[in-house]
Design a binder for this molecule. Structure first.
Ligand code: BYC
Length: 318
């Protein structure tokens, strides 16, 4: 190992954060950029399924809560894009990769939101799964990512609670409302488990990401945590568990569970989910509609800032 590599590994082993100006292996930079930019894309694309219900929220209170949550997701995307830019990639490049399909976003957002119950299920299950993952990522080795996660987790816990509460009201309502809650649980439970990624044995990036402490817990370990915490939540709602194989295993101290449909997972991440095309088309349209805002910011910046400080490219501060 070169002295630079030795110092990098010393920091990783000593739980010191890697900061933007520190030396880091190219493969580390590439891997954190990949994960963090895809995380940012997930936050931004993730606004669409819930945004679909803002105009149809069942009460003013629900509408205000949902608006606030969706705005939070935009904020999470912005923190993460900014944190990712510290690695030397511009926001324009990240967005181009998303729109061209070379960068992924969480598979869950390619499922449609058919009923109001789905909005509750997203808050409860999708944000709930995201929290399990992101609490672990608070200890990621890249400083800006770790600090971003600490802030994001605080907001996510409100998201999870509002979703669970919305489903609780449905589950305690009329038989039709309870059925709506059950149907949303049935459709979102398995895709929520897929959010943790493939099995560890199939995960291309896990070994290196664990060694470099980019990831602190493996896909399967985090998924198991989520499965375990969800069982009593389903019981409290008085709903049926969508997995008939779910069973407490005294010896393991965890729930055993049925198999995930990995064919479905790979089909969705390869672009063939219900909504993949719609999500990207919508993002492209919104991005084009917003071009005048970026142009206006660039023009304002050109006018106001001394030449030396001008660090804008294609409408983004870099
Ligand atoms: N969906 O080697 P692996 C939110 C890809 S948003 C799509 O295990 P890794 C919210 C993976 O990228 C919060 N793709 O990868 C927002 C890789 O492909 P590439 C979202 C997936 O990175 C709005 C390949 O499969 N949270 O909460 O070690 C409203 C091999 O996988 C998925 C995050 O983004 C998937 N589910 O581990 C509501 C967390 N799984 O890049 C809520 C941050 C895997 O080689 N990300 N792939 O083309 C992570 O923790 C990790 O990236 C993952 C995957 C655990 C997801």
């Amino acid at each position: 190992m070169t002295p630079e590599e030795q110092n990098f590994m010393r920091k990783i082993n000593a739980e010191e954060k890697i900061e933007p100006k520190d030396w880091m292996p190219d493969a580390y930079r590439k891997n954190v950029t990949r994960q963090m930019s895809q995380h940012a894309h997930s936050e931004v694309i993730g606004m669409q399924p819930e945004g679909n219900w803002i105009t149809r929220a069942p009460s003013l209170r629900r509408k205000v809560v949902l608006l606030s949550k969706v705005q939070d997701e935009a904020g999470h995307g912005l923190y993460l894009y900014s944190a990712c830019e510290t690695l030397g990639i511009s926001r324009a490049e990240m967005i181009e990769a998303l729109q061209k399909g070379t960068a992924k976003y969480a598979s869950i957002f390619n499922y449609p939101t058919l009923t109001w119950g789905d909005v509750g299920a997203i808050g409860w299950l999708v944000d709930g799964a995201a929290i399990v993952n992101q609490v672990s990522l608070q200890r990621t080795s890249y400083g800006p990512y770790s600090r971003g996660m600490i802030r994001i987790c605080k907001e996510e816990s409100f998201h999870q609670r509002q979703g669970y509460e919305a489903l609780l009201v449905l589950a305690q309502g009329s038989p039709e409302q309870k059925q709506m809650a059950q149907d949303s649980l049935n459709r979102f439970y398995w895709p929520a488990l897929m959010m943790f990624g493939p099995h560890d044995s199939e995960s291309a990036h896990s070994a290196k990401s664990m060694e470099w402490k980019i990831k602190r817990e493996t896909n399967d370990d985090l998924r198991q945590k989520f499965i375990d915490q969800t069982v009593p939540q389903i019981e409290f709602l008085g709903l049926e568990h969508p997995d008939p194989a779910i069973k407490w295993n005294e010896e393991r101290g965890h729930y055993d569970h049925g198999d995930i449909d990995w064919e479905e997972f790979y089909s969705v991440i390869n672009g063939n989910g219900h909504c993949n095309r719609q999500r990207i088309e919508h993002h492209v349209a919104a991005h084009e509609e917003g071009a005048w805002v970026r142009d206006a910011i660039t023009a304002y910046n050109d006018k106001k800032m001394p030449t030396k400080q001008k660090t804008w490219r294609k409408g983004y501060l870099i």
